[in-house]
Ligand binder design. Structure first.
Ligand code: ASP
Ligand code: MG
Length: 442
């Protein structure tokens, strides 16, 4: 049974769907067509590769040991500014001048976010790397949302659209870069703001993905690729009719088409299967996205913005026959092994210390394995976080690590599918359960 909701649908457009003027105009056309069926809340990511650029620029000023590298910081920011300015100029050429005249130059929005508004990176004594990162990198999304609202003037009157500032309604704690949502407060705020905007005549509400804010108005982010999760948060709170993630692939596939040929599209898939795939690293959906939707039985569509009429995938409550094996490849992995210094067995106390240190260094375990004298974990590689871990455990364990590795997962495997991926690879660790085969390799 579908819960009674607001009838609102949530659309999420990722970086690729706003990567240039043509892509944004395509987004506007999709939104226009779909708005015939009712109001939409549109969640957008930063444009193209902006988040990576901002991240690199931030690191140029924040990451020791090289100190502040202004020579790298400034050109990157200037490039990001020119990139956004060129896009909005191209779009504005398509908007009747009388529509924009009252609004002031779009250029000012770009300057505000990427020049005046962009805070200098914080150093450790000013609140730390992670907090500074959130303040800085979130500008990509905030700029994108304002420019997309502006671009919608190609299809709508200004009064028909509204911008909702996500940091004001998505309330989080201060777990910088991976903030946890305060659901009760977020639900209250969203249900105060969104109906008010609709009542004032907005048919399209544009907001930024990826970002939230604390009670004292500091900006947080929800984790890389977190805009999908933002869409789910809004949908949950609004009891939305559905969420659609618009992508450059036809839907949820059994493998990344950039890596594998002969991919299969899942036309229908359950929430549980999707959560597992996202957990293993399928990059199509952010892992936290599905749970809030499953809780309120809100269907999630994955569709192609290049072929909006095609059905894509629907993720909902359903029974389906066994699925084709899914191949999930997670790069940038690091395999760390711990040995006790005195040839003692790895005890529960040792494991407790290792898990505690991993949590403190904020390294997530993607796979682990225990043997008599050593314990191994596979995590996402982060030089900084690994440094913290090694420092914490140096006294207790002998540690080795290899980076630049790949974690492969085959879900719903069969003999043929395993053969297909392991041939010719050097496996450093492997593990098999009834439904899943995983290995780490170079
Ligand atoms: N722009 C952010 C990122 O690239 C969030 C997102 O795209 O979902 O990580
Ligand atoms: Mg992005």
């Amino acid at each position: 049974m579908q819960e009674q909701g607001t009838g609102l649908r949530v659309f999420k457009f990722g970086g690729a769907s706003v990567k240039d003027a043509a892509a944004i105009l395509n987004l506007c056309a999709i939104v226009k067509r779909e708005s015939e069926r009712g109001p939409l809340l549109v969640v957008v990511s930063a444009m193209g590769k902006t988040t990576n650029a901002l991240e690199e620029s931030f690191n140029a000023l924040s990451v020791p040991p090289n100190g502040k590298d202004w020579g790298k910081y400034e050109p990157k920011l200037i490039k990001a500014r020119l990139f956004h300015s060129a896009i909005i100029r191209e779009i504005e050429a398509q908007i009747l001048p009388e529509k924009t005249r009252r609004l002031g130059p779009a250029e000012a929005i770009v300057t505000y976010h990427l020049e005046n508004g962009i805070p200098q990176p914080l150093n450790a004594s000013q609140g730390g790397y992670d907090e500074g990162y959130d303040r800085f990198v979130s500008r990509g999304e905030r700029l994108s949302a304002e420019l997309v609202q502006r671009a919608l003037l190609t299809q709508f009157e200004w009064e028909e659209t509204a911008h909702l500032s996500a940091p004001l309604v998505i309330r989080t704690d201060t777990t910088w870069r991976e903030a946890n949502v305060n659901w009760a407060e977020t639900e209250r705020l969203i249900n105060k703001k969104v109906p008010a905007l609709l009542a004032a005549g907005a048919r399209i509400i544009v907001t930024e993905g990826f970002v939230g804010g604390t009670d004292d108005r500091r900006t947080t982010t929800l984790g890389r690729e977190g805009s999908d999760y933002s869409a789910a948060i809004f949908a949950y709170c609004l009891k939305a009719e559905s969420v659609t993630i618009w992508k450059d692939v036809p839907g949820l596939l059994n493998a990344d088409p950039k890596v594998f040929t002969d991919t299969v599209l899942y036309s229908e898939i359950s929430y549980a299967e999707t959560i597992e795939m996202a957990f293993y690293g399928a990059s199509v959906i952010h892992p936290k996205t599905v749970k809030p939707l499953a809780e309120r039985r809100i269907p999630l569509y994955v569709k192609s913005f290049l072929d909006p009429a095609a059905p894509g995938t629907v993720i909902h409550d359903c029974q389906h026959p066994p699925l084709a094996p899914a191949f999930i490849r997670k790069t940038g992995q690091c395999l760390i092994s711990f040995e006790s210094k005195d040839f003692a067995f790895i005890s529960e106390e040792n494991l407790g210390a290792i898990f505690g240190a991993l949590a403190q260094a904020r390294l997530k375990i993607n796979l682990m394995q225990n043997s008599a004298l050593s314990f191994s974990v596979c995590t996402d590689y982060s030089e900084r976080r690994l440094g913290i871990l090694l420092e914490l455990l140096r006294g207790q364990f002998r540690m080795h690590y290899n980076s630049d590795l790949v974690l492969f997962t085959i879900k719903n495997y069969d003999a043929g599918s395993i053969e297909e991926v392991i041939t010719g690879r050097k496996l450093l660790l492997e593990q098999r359960t009834r439904g899943t085969f995983q290995f780490v390799c170079e």
